[in-house]
Design a protein around this ligand. Structure first.
Ligand code: GCU
Length: 666
């Protein structure tokens, strides 16, 4: 039965004509002997994939026969074949169809076995997406070096902001029992090029660095290693006190430095290729260097010093905000930008895509491009904390694409966010659910994260299409319908939750459902009213020079644009401006009428999505079709709930009548 466990690695039989085309190019596999564990993984995947897609398993051959797939490196490539080795680096690959001594063969070429693994997955993707396998000429190299999942998984197996069951890391049974699921996790990630994973929550327990847990993490690392995935851990800054019994965790204290050094040495004895630490410090109550009057740079450099002899790195998060210090959206920049140039070379500052918190839409974070001397990581959230959990169908490819392509107008002029980062991290949406992510379509978000982290120039729509082809069906009509459904789903959630730059109107704490009226939380900057500022006079957060002046944190060109409503993108309007209800919008409507029109549009789009899903019923297996249909029904009800609650609340505040023809909220 179909339950989604195989995600996009299903390898179900292709239509007959396609089967013949694939089998013609994969009758045998040729590779170096003895094969490393990574090369073995590549060969096993090709066998499994071709067998599933065509019903025939290719045999391993010593010499190329007609229709051979050859996995080659510079040392084993056939003489006389020119390949762009110099451009492939440690992870890139090339796929080439060519004729060798009169035989048509395909080369999967890379400088390393890891590249061959990625190339093998790319060939399987090509086979399933209708590429002409007899005339392949592809080449791909990732531009961003570190592509990580961040699990917010606790050691008791609860998952913070997780909506897909318990943590897949079975800490109780590790290291003695190593769940076969870890291998499937590794395969899925390797198919995307994810090359690192942080196993535990950023709200970290010090226990994750004790010897028993390190042994468990080492067992996971052993499974992931052949797939090119390094294990990282979140570290609690106060660990020298919590575990080491020291009186302080002051980063400048020699005993604290010695403790971290010894801890790093111990970790590398257990996990020789350990990636490094991810740290949330002085944020939402977590301990950090500021507890001792030191800076984020002092704290990050302390850990960097301990990891450096082993080649490890520190990802230090810039998600910080303290109570009552003005505009919450400004704090990350205010604390971190002045530290540019003060971080050790093996520190990467990890910045969320936007300055508040993983909203359906946020302008890009002003730190991108603003710390030229510091490597930055982009942090995206794959789990849908603020986007309807796992019940709402929201394809995040367009959200990821939007931030990756955002043009910061920083030096060098025109650099996009993607061009300014050395790492991309995604907060995972994975759990023990059979379908991994809590819903079938949420797997598309894991997929899109990995594909776009590998190559930010891919279009979110193309990524959706190939995911559908591998996950559901290759029938062209259904592929078109589902790709279109996915493409509009993100704009739908923006419309029915937080249109026109509104943000953080969600139920407080759990972040599900509408709560724009909440105004009584202990911290001002946790209240939805703090963010929308709606009153008789209008709505929106003034972040121009007449307000918080957050616009000044952007490059001068953006600062000037965002200071005036006329030159602010409408999708960001109320993020930056407080405007009267009768403000004229591009549509010719008043702001009040436009706001309602957007809520209506969001609700209507969900109805269209249901119709699109119903239309592909014949092409989808019944179990998965029924599951998605049931979730879409929930989403339709909740989109209406959002629309009605927000329209009713904002009307109570604006005191304005509903525009003619508007459905009164229930
Ligand atoms: C959000 C989220 C928290 C999380 C935090 C973070 O605030 O709600 O659960 O810990 O982000 O990114 O650190």
């Amino acid at each position: 039965t179909e339950d989604g466990y195989d995600v996009w690695l299903r390898y179900r039989p292709l239509p007959a004509a396609a089967q013949a085309r694939v089998w013609a190019q994969a009758r045998s596999l040729v590779h170096a002997e003895p094969a490393s564990p990574t090369l073995q993984a590549a060969v096993a995947e090709l066998k499994r994939g071709v067998a599933g897609l065509t019903g025939h398993e290719p045999k391993v051959a010593r010499q190329p026969t007609a229709g051979a797939l050859m996995l080659v490196t510079p040392a084993t490539a056939p003489a006389g074949v020119a390949l762009p080795w110099g451009e492939l680096g440690a992870e890139g690959y090339a796929l080439r169809s060519l004729t060798l001594q009169g035989r048509a063969v395909t080369l999967i070429a890379a400088c390393t076995d890891r590249g061959l693994l990625y190339g093998s997955f790319a060939w399987l993707r090509a086979a399933q997406t209708g590429a002409d396998l007899a005339a392949l000429n592809q080449q791909s190299t990732p531009k961003v070096a570190l592509r990580l999942l961040n699990h917010w998984d606790n050691l008791d197996r609860t998952v913070e902001r997780g909506y897909a069951g318990a943590s897949i890391w079975d800490w109780w049974k590790l290291p003695d029992l190593v769940d076969a699921r870890y291998t499937d996790y590794a395969r899925a990630n390797a198919s995307l090029g994810v090359n690192g994973t942080v196993l535990n929550n950023v709200n970290a327990k010090a226990e994750s660095l004790t010897a028993p847990f390190l042994a468990k993490a080492a067992a996971v690392a052993n499974v992931l290693r052949p797939y090119g995935i390094k294990v990282w851990l979140s570290a609690r800054f106060s660990a020298p006190k919590d575990l080491g019994g020291l009186p302080t965790a002051d980063p400048l204290d020699p005993a604290v430095r010695a403790w971290w050094k010894a801890k790093a040495d111990e970790i590398y004895r257990a996990i020789p290729d350990f990636g490094g630490f991810l740290v949330k410090a002085n944020s939402e109550g977590q301990p950090g260097p500021q507890d001792y009057g030191r800076t984020h740079a002092d704290g990050a450099n302390l850990l960097a010093e301990a990891l450096r002899p082993h080649g490890g790195q520190v990802m230090w998060r810039a998600f910080v905000y303290a109570p009552d210090t003005g505009d919450r959206a400004m704090q990350g920049y205010a604390e971190f930008q002045p530290l540019d140039g003060r971080f050790a070379p093996n520190v990467i500052v990890q910045v969320k895509n936007g300055a508040v918190d993983f909203q359906p839409r946020e302008p890009f974070h002003p730190l991108f491009g603003a710390m030229p001397k510091t490597p930055l990581a982009l942090e995206l959230q794959i789990t849908k904390e603020y986007l309807g959990f796992s019940t709402h169908l929201v394809y995040l490819g367009p959200l990821f694409e939007e931030v990756l392509r955002a043009d910061t107008r920083r030096q060098p002029q025109g650099a996009t966010v993607a061009q300014q980062v050395t790492a991309i991290a995604g907060v995972a949406n994975i759990g023990t659910d059979r379908s991994w992510c809590g819903s079938q379509f949420d797997c598309a978000n894991w997929y899109a994260f990995g594909r776009l982290a590998w190559d930010a120039d891919l279009s979110a729509e193309a990524v959706a299409r190939e995911w559908v082809q591998q996950t559901f069906t290759t029938a062209p009509g259904a592929v078109r319908t589902l790709t279109a459904l996915m493409a509009t789903s993100r704009e739908a959630v923006v419309d029915y939750m937080t249109p026109l730059g509104l943000h953080h109107l969600m139920g407080t704490g759990h972040h599900h459902g509408p709560a724009p009226w909440v105004n009584d939380l202990e911290r001002a900057d946790w209240n939805p009213t703090y963010f929308h500022r709606a009153g008789r006079d209008g709505i929106g957060f003034d972040r121009t020079p007449t307000g918080s002046n957050a616009v000044a944190q952007y490059a001068p060109e953006w600062a000037a644009r965002l200071s005036r409503p006329e030159s602010t993108p409408e999708d960001w309007l109320l993020w930056f401006h407080h405007l009267p209800w009768d403000h004229r919008m591009a549509s010719g409507r008043t702001l009040w009428a436009e706001l309602i029109a957007r809520y209506d549009r969001g609700e209507a789009r969900v109805a269209e999505m249901r119709a699109q899903w119903a239309a592909v019923r014949a092409d989808i297996d019944p179990a998965r079709h029924a599951e998605v249909a049931a979730y879409l029904a929930v989403q339709a009800a909740e989109a209406r709930w959002w629309r009605d609650a927000c329209v009713a609340y904002f009307q109570s505040v604006s005191g304005l009548p509903l525009p003619a023809g508007t459905r009164p909220p229930e």
